[in-house]
Design a protein around this ligand. Structure first.
Ligand SMILES: C[S@@+](CC[C@H](N)C(=O)[O-])C[C@H]1O[C@@H](n2cnc3c(N)ncnc32)[C@H](O)[C@@H]1O
Length: 196
């Protein structure tokens, strides 16, 4: 899908509503402290990267495997965000390079999802938030069945048990699941609290 068309969805009334619900839930679960740094993995066109950067006072970076989408995100940026092209399965950062890491509807498009989660936990010092797609939702019934429609094509939809399993055996002290959108059945999030 074209980056501009994808980003424009967030300007529709439905996109604005869903985007703001997800943003507030993610921000609440990350609970950023003053000056903390954030990495957005699979940042795409940068809608959430920009939105979070406006609400944080620390440095913010976005990384995505698609150079065209990263270029679009950089061109829309007036906040001095650091944009990189790279693979979530092999993040080009040292251990604990960021205080916080977030990934919104990106891990569900990656074949080795546990590797992407493992990498986020490695580079984040304090908290990680994932936005996944709920396989037990009306949204899945409408948009996810049979391989998915539109921007959902090819996405993996998780049951809550499958989402928790992504973290099994990894260095987390607490995993929490919350729902961003109840109807028509939107997203829910798993947050790994590394502080415990
Ligand atoms: C549905 S978009 C979500 C973009 C953005 N996070 C948002 O919520 O608007 C999924 C994104 O995941 C990215 N992606 C897929 N596989 C990836 C990988 N292995 N590493 C990094 N990004 C990846 C895609 O390029 C795409 O930008």
């Amino acid at each position: 899908m074209d980056a501009k068309a994808y980003d424009a969805w967030y300007e529709t009334s439905r996109g604005r509503w869903i985007g703001s619900r997800e943003l507030e839930l993610v921000r609440g679960m990350l609970a950023p402290r003053p000056g903390e740094s954030l990495l957005d993995v699979g940042c795409g066109t940068g809608y959430f990267t920009r939105s979070l950067a406006r609400r944080l006072d620390g440095p913010v970076s976005g990384i995505d495997i698609d150079p065209a989408w990263v270029a679009y995100a950089a061109q829309r940026d007036d906040l001095d965000i650091d944009w990189l092209v790279g693979d979530a399965r092999a993040l080009p950062f040292g251990d604990k390079s960021f205080d916080l890491a977030v990934s919104i509807t990106a891990v569900c498009f990656i074949d080795d999802q546990r590797q992407a989660v493992r990498e986020m936990l490695r580079v984040a010092r304090r908290r990680v938030a994932l936005r996944l797609l709920n396989q037990r939702s009306l949204l899945w019934w409408r948009k996810g069945r049979g391989g998915g429609q539109g921007a959902y094509r090819g996405a993996r939809w998780h049951t809550p048990g499958e989402a928790l399993a992504l973290f099994h055996g990894l260095p987390v002290t607490r995993v929490e699941i919350k729902t961003a959108v109840w109807l028509p059945g939107g997203g829910w999030l798993a947050v790994a609290d590394l502080d415990g």
